[in-house]
Design a protein around this ligand. Structure first.
Ligand SMILES: [Zn+2]
Ligand SMILES: [Zn+2]
Length: 86
């Protein structure tokens, strides 16, 4: 199979899945996400998957902490910049 064929196949499978989700036949596992500095949302159901959602559509934050370096005891949320101890 060529790369193009593989890509087309994956795209068709994704489209089939999205239409099943939209018709309510299967729960959404958020197969397509869109994100920005504020967070990340599912493009299929609109639910937030990280941070405050795409374009900050939610007011609270689903934190996603990232380490501030091997030396640091702290990690910081990449969306709202909340800090916590590791
Ligand atoms: Zn979803
Ligand atoms: Zn946060």
């Amino acid at each position: 199979m060529t790369l193009k064929e593989q890509y087309d196949k994956a795209l068709r499978e994704l489209q089939a899945k999205v239409s099943l989700i939209r018709s309510g036949d299967i729960p959404c596992d958020h197969p397509m996400k869109i994100g920005d500095n504020y967070g990340e949302s599912c493009q299929v159901c609109g639910e937030r998957t990280a941070g405050m959602g795409y374009r900050a559509s939610f007011r609270d934050c689903f934190h996603r902490y990232v380490s501030m370096g091997d030396e640091s005891r702290y990690e910081m949320c990449m969306y709202c910049e909340d800090m916590r101890e590791k």
